[in-house]
Design a protein around this ligand. Structure first.
Ligand code: ATP
Ligand code: MG
Length: 227
């Protein structure tokens, strides 16, 4: 499903300098796996997730996503692969001028799904994240937890095979954070591969799963659930 072999990512820095964001990274995720991505600030968590969502391409090594060797994929083939990968950001990136319902509908509209199916799928998603009564509301009158659940609905409405979430609970209180993680765990139980980066120590303890630990751009531990 996901395989990294000796992956490195060098960022260009001002003045012609460059710095390694990731170095010598090798691991694999099986289809349907749930993994935490842990490590201190600056360790490379967001960089790794950007490689998994195809917003960055590795400068070294080989990245395989959903059975495709990304390093060999032509540029025009990237959007189709990207559509099979859902993304949830720390700052939900919802569109403020659209209603909750229209935000969730957007990925389906972009794919040209029929309006009848858009309506049915969006309602199902809003129900699943507990926001079916807020469909008409714009995102900025929702609470932080509600916004993040809406962002999850938008990320998965097109039924991606892989979902990556970068600190989706960073701005939430404990109860809302647990609710968001419970949704991601349920998604995993339904068969989606899920990777969640977090600073939290309590959430991985509450929801034991495989944990990839990054430090200074390197993978320093890869522990199975309960290890
Ligand atoms: N666009 C960029 N240009 C240059 N260097 C970058 C860029 N983005 C990140 N870096 C560097 O790459 C390293 C890893 O950053 P990254 O954002 O992946 O860390 P992180 O683990 O997500 O940190 P945090 O927990 O604070 O979000 C850091 O040293 C950072 O300064
Ligand atoms: Mg980050």
């Amino acid at each position: 499903m996901v395989r990294f072999d000796g992956v490195g990512l060098r960022y260009d820095a001002p003045g012609g300098r460059s710095a390694w964001g990731l170095l010598g990274l090798s691991f694999a995720l099986a289809p349907g796996e749930f993994a935490w991505l842990l490590g201190p600030s600056g360790a490379g968590k967001s960089t790794l997730l950007r490689l998994m969502q195809l917003s960055l391409r590795a400068t070294e090594g080989r990245v395989e996503l959903l059975g495709e060797d990304v390093s060999r994929l032509r540029r025009h083939a990237l959007p189709a692969l990207r559509r099979r990968i859902g993304v949830v950001f720390q700052d939900d990136r919802l569109l403020p001028h659209l209603s909750a319902r229209e935000n969730v509908a957007l990925p389906l509209r972009i794919q040209g799904v029929t309006e009848a199916r858009v309506a049915a799928d969006v309602e199902e998603m809003l129900r699943w994240v507990g926001l079916d009564h807020r469909g008409e509301d714009p995102p900025d009158i929702l609470s932080g937890g509600e916004r993040q659940r809406l962002a999850i609905a938008r990320a998965i409405v097109a039924r991606p095979a892989l979902l990556v979430a970068d600190e989706p609970t960073a701005n939430l209180d404990e109860a809302q954070a647990r609710r968001v993680i419970a949704l991601l765990r349920e998604l995993h139980r339904m068969g989606t591969t899920v990777v969640v980066a977090t600073h939290s120590e309590t959430l991985p303890a509450a929801y034991p799963a495989r944990a990839l630990l990054l430090e200074s751009g390197r993978l320093v531990a890869d522990e199975a659930a309960g290890a």
